[in-house]
Write a protein that binds this ligand. Structure first.
Ligand code: TRP
Length: 333
């Protein structure tokens, strides 16, 4: 039996961090056996809001690929591919733009939020406004039926399926499958400063490549409970970044429950909980960092892995493109 096809990806705007590990990379490691997995280095999509800095997008293709390989993504079981080198994705994007309206794009909650938070207003780059159609192209070109994304990206999958239904209705045949969003249960990790989101650009992330000293410094600087001034004081667990991370990275649930209760009762200092977290993070990141350093010595090997995956993805996406063109009754010379 064929395995279900899964597609995920990352914009290549910066190296990945422990939030990516908790929210997506650890799941991707598991999907390598159960699914046919494609990982998209989304450099074209990264340009939709980074067109002023293509060098950054370019540089980070290798950085993100290094992160994938360092955490244990196996290029023989997972196809790592580069968006800009898959012309079918761009061609399908153009086609899909005829099956979606500007008002629908503007109503997409993901886009709406981003327009607001970045203050784009009407000066939104057209590519950015239209990236839901491009993401629909990515998903359908691989015939992915499973798409793990953060909660904030769920509306993109909904919009993908709307486009799929329109294409299928126009073609009169179910030429494309609908996709299902898989949202991680754990939710998103906050930044070390306690803001809602850990982000590559926010300066509040712990990159997977962080040095032992950087990890230590980040844990020391971590936001806890601002009212927990003395060790004897009762402390708050909610909104406390150290506990949010312990929930994500400490498997000893029972031990963790006891520590939480102790902290809430009073008598447990921030230094103690930070020490526990730092040990967990050092243990998690040490082998990843070592592998990454090893891999980074031979960049041409990484490029070759991307090239090989992109070739494989090329065949798949071209096939789908031709199927869609045929089904829609467009001419092929
Ligand atoms: N939008 C995703 C991100 O910002 C990247 C991405 C591009 C993606 N194409 C995709 C994710 C297709 C899932 C499926 O990280």
């Amino acid at each position: 039996m064929n395995k279900p096809v899964i597609l995920t990806g990352d914009r290549t705007t910066g190296p990945l961090h422990i939030g990516h590990y908790a929210g997506s990379l650890s799941n991707r490691l598991r999907y390598q056996d159960s699914h046919e997995q494609f990982l998209l280095l989304a450099d074209t999509q990264a340009l939709t809001d980074n067109a002023h800095d293509p060098g950054k997008v370019h540089r980070n293709v290798i950085e993100v690929a290094l992160d994938y390989l360092a955490v244990g993504i196996d290029p023989d079981r997972t196809t790592i591919c580069l968006q800009s080198h898959l012309p079918a994705l761009a061609e399908l994007s153009m086609l899909y733009l005829n099956f979606v309206t500007v008002s629908r794009l503007e109503r997409n909650p993901t886009i709406k939020d981003e327009i607001r938070s970045r203050g784009f207003g009407r000066d939104i780059p057209a590519g950015f406004l239209c990236y839901p159609a491009a993401q629909a192209a990515d998903i359908t070109a691989f015939r992915a039926t499973v798409v793990p994304v953060g909660e904030d990206q769920a509306p993109l999958i909904e919009q993908t399926n709307e486009i799929v239904r329109r294409i299928n209705a126009t073609a009169g045949v179910d030429i494309l499958p609908e996709a299902q969003a898989v949202i991680p249960r754990s939710g998103r990790l906050p930044g070390i400063d306690g803001t809602s989101k850990m982000s590559k650009s926010g300066g509040n992330a712990i990159p997977l490549s962080a040095s032992p000293d950087a990890i230590r410094a980040a844990v020391r600087a971590m936001f806890t409970d601002p009212n927990h001034l003395r060790v004897e004081d009762p402390g708050k667990v909610e909104g406390n970044v150290v506990f949010a991370y312990l929930d994500a990275f400490d498997d000893d649930e029972q031990g963790l429950d006891e520590i939480k209760a102790h902290y809430q009762r009073g008598g447990l200092g921030d230094g103690n909980i930070k020490k526990r977290l730092e040990e967990k993070l050092q243990a998690l990141l040490a082998p990843i960092r070592e592998r990454r350093e090893q891999l980074a010595k031979d960049r041409s090997h990484v490029v070759e892995i991307i090239r090989r995956g992109t070739r494989r993805a090329h065949d798949r996406t071209e096939t789908t493109k031709h199927e869609v063109i045929n089904a829609l009754g467009l001419i092929q010379l």
